[in-house]
Design a binder for this molecule. Sequence first.
Ligand code: KG4
Ligand code: ZN
Length: 346
Amino acid sequence: MRVLGIETSCDETGIAIYESEAGLLANRLYSQAAMHSEFGGVVPELASRDHVRKILPLIKMVLSDSDLQLSDLGGIAYTSGPGLIGALMVGGAIASSIGYALGIPVLGIHHMEGHLLAPMLEKTRPEFPFVALLVSGGHTQLVKVNGLGEYSLLGESLDDAAGEAFDKTAKMLELDYPGGPILAKFAADGNFRRFNFPRPMTDRPGLDFSFSGIKTFSRNLIDRHREEHGLLDQETRADICAGFQEAVVDTLVIKCLRAIEYTSLQTLVIAGGVAANTRLRQKLEDALKSKQANVFYARQEFCTDNGAMIAYAGCQRMLAGERDALAVKAFPRWPLDKLTPPLGRN
Ligand code: KG4
Ligand code: ZN
C-alpha cells in the first residue's frame, strides 16, 4: 500500500510517500522558522496561511521525486491533532479533498503517534512492547507501548514540556528562533559543571516531570549575571547552555531508567524534537547499557516534525483496515492514551 503523509500541525509543512513493501519513497519538508523568527515564536494565523501556500507544491514534488502520479496512491494520512487548529484544518481539508476526488481512503493520525513510530522508519527498528519517551515542544511523556494504538501513560510533565523549556531558556539568552537546537550547539562548547542546576522531582518516586524549576533557575542566573557584569560573555552563555542541557538530560535519563525498571521492559524508544539532542542520546545509551537495555531513535530529521512519520503511521493503520468517514478531523487537544488499536473496516 502506498500512502501520502501530510503533516501541518504547527510550523512545518511535511509531505512524504511511504510504501508498505519498499519503505519511504519520498520526503519533503518546508520549515516556516524564518517567517516566525521575527516574532520570537509561532504566529498561528501566519502558519495556516503558509501551509496553504506550500502544501500543493510539496505534494507535486514528492510525486515527482518518486516518479508517481496521484492515481498511484492507495491512501492519504494527515495529522488530525494535537496542534494549531487552523494549521491542522489545512492538512485535513487537502487530504480529504484529494482522497474524495481519487476515491481512496483518508485517515487522520495523532501527531504524537507519528513521532512514537518514527524510529520504525530506520533499518534497526524496535519491537513491541517498549517504553517510549516522547519529548517535543508540547509534550514530555513516558508511555508504555504494547502495540499500535495500545498506549498507557506512565508519567508526564506537570508544567513545561522539555522542548518548551529549551526554547524559553534560549529566548532568555537571546538566541535565534527556534532556540532548542541552537542552545544545544552552544552547550557543546560549555562547561556544564560551572553552575549547579537542579534536577527537579528526581529525588521522589514516580515518573512525572517538572521543568519550570530549571527554567526559573536559568532566569535568575541570567538576571544575576547581567546585574553584576552587564552583558553575558560568550563563555558564560555557553556554560549556562551546557548546565541547563545537562540538567534536562539527567532528569530525562533518571526517569527513563526508572520506567525501564518499573515495566521490566528492555527497549526504550525516544521520539519528538528533543530526541534529536545528541547529549540525550549519548547519556541514555550509556545509562541503559548497565541495564542490558537498548535505546532506539530515528535519524535527526525524523525526530522533529515531518511527513514521513505520518505516512508510516497511516500506512500501518490502513493496512489493518482502518478508514475515516468523509470529514475533516482537527483536534487541537487530544490525549495519546485515548487512541485505540486500528479499527477494522466498517
Ligand atoms: O517534535 P517537534 O519538532 O515539534 C513538536 O511536536 O513540538 O519538537 C520541537 C521541539 C522544540 O522545542 C525544539 O526546540 C526541540 O524540539 N528541539 C531540540 C533539539 N532539536 C529540536 N531540543 C534540544 N536539542 C535539540 N537538538
Ligand atoms: Zn512534533
